[in-house]
Design a protein around this ligand. Sequence first.
Ligand SMILES: Cc1cc2nc3c(=O)[nH]c(=O)nc-3n(C[C@H](O)[C@H](O)[C@H](O)COP(=O)(O)OP(=O)(O)OC[C@H]3O[C@@H](n4cnc5c(N)ncnc54)[C@H](O)[C@@H]3O)c2cc1C
Length: 453
Amino acid sequence: MIRIVSREFRPGSQYGEGMDNASRHRVVVVGAGFGGLFATKALRRADVDVTLINGTPYHLFQPLLYQVATGILSPGEIAPPVREILRRQRNVKVLLGTVTEVDVEHRTVTAIAPGTSYKVEYDSLIVAAGAAQSYFGNDQFAEFAPGMKSIDDALELRGRIFGAFELAELETDPAAIERWLTFVVVGAGPTGVEMAGQIAELAHRTLPGEYKNIDPSQARIVLMDALDTVLPSFGDHLSTAALRQLHKIGVEVELGTKVVSVDSDGIEVETVRGHQRIETFTKIWAAGVSAPSLSRQLAERTGAETDRAGRIKVNPDCTVPGHPEIFAIGDTVAIKALDGSPVPGIAPAAKQEGTFVAETIRRRLAGKAEPRAFHYHHQGSLAQIGKRMAVIDFGWIKLRGALAWWLWGIAHIYFLVGVRSRLSVALNWLWIYTRNQRSARLITSAGGESAIE
Ligand SMILES: Cc1cc2nc3c(=O)[nH]c(=O)nc-3n(C[C@H](O)[C@H](O)[C@H](O)COP(=O)(O)OP(=O)(O)OC[C@H]3O[C@@H](n4cnc5c(N)ncnc54)[C@H](O)[C@@H]3O)c2cc1C
């Protein structure tokens, strides 16, 4: 039974039937991202009551957030309601709430939601709270160079990107036009590369012909990174291919470039050539992740070690040291694969960990031997660069160009949650592929709040 230890919301508002077996083991899952959702689904036949608490009512498919930001997809297409996904699973209750505290002694979590707060007891806890953006100690950059972790972030960026073209059209001062038509993306990992590539495609393929005073194809798209390579995790061969493809679609790539300052009108960087300033209203941060506050708090409460990004160093079986009843998975944790390499912070890793900890709980309850260590199986790395351009590293084969692009598309449609999302995304992609038109260009604030101060 789920016992609400204290609550400030209306009695009986969400707690229905089907979960009132007092003897059942209670599993609380924090986070309905890839890790939490897959853990919950893998518990569907287990003799447990699951309470899934998520900060939003939806499951977010983060890999396609940049397509929301660049007007290809609508938010609903990558963010189906968690309740809908789990509607047939009888042993789960979904609660909206942000978990603010884990009381490891009394085995309760406290969550808040607008106008209310509540506590839920657990016998096993799975923390899958994802990651936050990191500005490497320069949080003041966030105002002028937003990151992309949520639907709100993506919509803010969409406003800034499409708004930049609108506001450029209104300008008469050539310097101001240039500043509106310069886009800087910081971070040349998959997110930054995909984002820069899509802004370039937008400027060069979608928007030309729509404006009278400006030529969108004159837009300057700069992708920068402190490292000296793009997509470093893909290896030299594919990094070089990706760099070539980025150049081909008109993205300027500045490597070995460290951001030292960001303001509303530009960005300042240190390079081997010295200090430089780029005048631009639109800066996008796609570099660095840090652990969410819940993960730091849990580490403090349990005495668990964390890595530099604040991620909990869990045991090989994903339990928090000293607490076999608490599992932490996904981007929230630092865990090593069997060969000693760090498990990457990507969706398949979070899914596999979710399934793994669910199996551990099932085996525990059945009195069977538990698996000692999580085995990460790397299925491959994929990044789209532009139309018919992508790179894929499956380990045993490396692909680039058009074939990689088709496989990238098929894989993403396959990994999306829900048939409706898959069909809708496929249709949108077909539209942009054949017509170069984007169906989700609605913006409500041109240029973004801080960009037009
Ligand atoms: C822009 C972007 C692009 C990416 N591209 C790729 C890609 O191409 N391929 C790939 O494999 N991976 C990609 N990733 C990484 C991938 O999305 C993550 O590794 C994966 O989502 C991690 O899953 P998770 O369950 O740990 O966290 P998430 O999926 O982030 O889920 C965390 C969930 O926890 C909830 N939450 C957080 N804190 C609380 C709290 N205190 N209380 C309640 N709920 C809480 C959040 O609302 C969220 O629903 C990308 C990530 C981003 C941001």
